[in-house]
Design a protein around this ligand. Sequence first.
Ligand code: FAD
Ligand code: SF4
Length: 471
Amino acid sequence: MNKNVYQFLDVQRIDPPKHPVDERRIEFKEIYEPMSDRQLQGQADRCLDCGNPYCEWQCPVHNYIPQWLQLANEGRVLEAAELMHKTNSLPEVCGRVCPQDRLCEGACTLNDGFGAVTIGSIEKQMVDEAFAQGWRPDLSDVEARPEKVAIIGAGPAGLACADVLARNGIKPLVYDRYPEIGGLLTYGIPPFKLDKSVMTLRREIFTEMGIEFKLGVEVGKDVTFDELVNGHDAVFLALGTYKALDGRLEGLDTPGVYPALPFLIGNTQRLLQQQMADYPLIDVKDETVVVLGGGDTAMDCVRTSIRHGAKSVVCAYRRDEENMPGSRREVQNAREEGVEFEFNLQPLEVVKGDDGRVSGVRMVKTELGPPDADGRRRPQPVEGSEFVMPATAVIIAFGYQPNPPQWLAEHEVKLSDWGTVLAVGDSEFAMQTSNPKIFAGGDMVRGADLVVTAIAEGRTAADGILDWLDR
Ligand code: FAD
Ligand code: SF4
């Protein structure tokens, strides 16, 4: 039967239902419910099956989107999961956390007034369903290879590299300093966006595939980088980027001012009932919270603060809403949950009260000037517009810069002036660094970016490693 390509005129885009806001404001559960099978199939059927699918090109891992939408429409769950895993190592994660409005769905032909196909939600739901039905990657035809590869970092870049290596017969050893895999998927992104059981199941699946995890092991402290380099045929670096930017704000050491990541990690650990001494719980119940920043991290902090029972939560950002880097979907979710947004405000200093704790943030209003080197319009202060925004807790979410460990230089791994590892460019082997045995990818190469770009680089690096071992 021929496909009705005008289906999108009869069937509107529908997003999966969300939990009621009153419940969302107090619980750390994922906010989206699954769609009914009928709804999911109808949504998948809206795809026009464009000859040259822009969604596929805009997706950093170049998923076969129209093909698996067709399988979803026909209810062929297991085949869809199989196809999704040909291009993506963590499709159930990407379906949950990718900023689809900027990637696949932003490029969907129907995004022009009709409402893009709900690509991300369908991806998530099909893989969840396949796992629930017992589907697992089948590696029975894979021939084992003798080479040894070590991976440092069990975030999305390291996991994606491990996945592709395992599917090509190499059983890698993945080291991570934290007690669970996932990197920022586990210890940064809160459970209302990505439930922690998703990564636990992934660890079990990857372990069944022959990937070995050495968790709670910090390279450079518990084991030396030398040992890893000397004991393996290749090493993949996927350490992420963790040095928080401070915006050169005065008064950051004032009690009541918190960096974003320790705030989020402390919260996650309480929920996981894990104890990592460096990250105690920071509870902002009854506080007047101001979060400074406008990216995904800021969105996660405001929504976590709401769930702690903060008195009020304001997100203050120096550009306008149009220029916010965070996902539009998450801004909307935050608004629904009671977060207030204040745009065009540049923080100048943290103000201290008589009790020695934070009492506010001195701000100046901004207007957008001409574009900078990146093409983004730079905010400029408006003279005479300073004021103090009251706060009893201030969370700093300005972003991250690279913090490459000292031991890289000892192994002649070259860095950019900014501290990112140089692994894209000169070499004929994808993601190879200036030390031929060492490859790198993810945030430590790109600077802080996205889950799906880290996955894309981890997969590309695995291809580079395999090519290099076969040279
Ligand atoms: P990471 O995820 O940072 O993983 C690096 C791993 O290396 C960590 O597990 C770390 O413990 C380990 N490691 C580091 N040093 C050592 C060592 N010496 N020894 C052993 N292990 C080590 N992106 C999205 O696409 N969508 C989102 O919604 C989103 N939300 C975000 C929310 C927050 C709060 C943050 C901070 C980021 C968010 N991002 C989001 C960005 C995304 O999480 C990152 O771009 C991505 O995780 C980078 O992957 P990675 O593998 O390069 O690094
Ligand atoms: Fe879209 Fe991300 Fe899935 Fe690609 S991986 S199809 S960008 S949700």
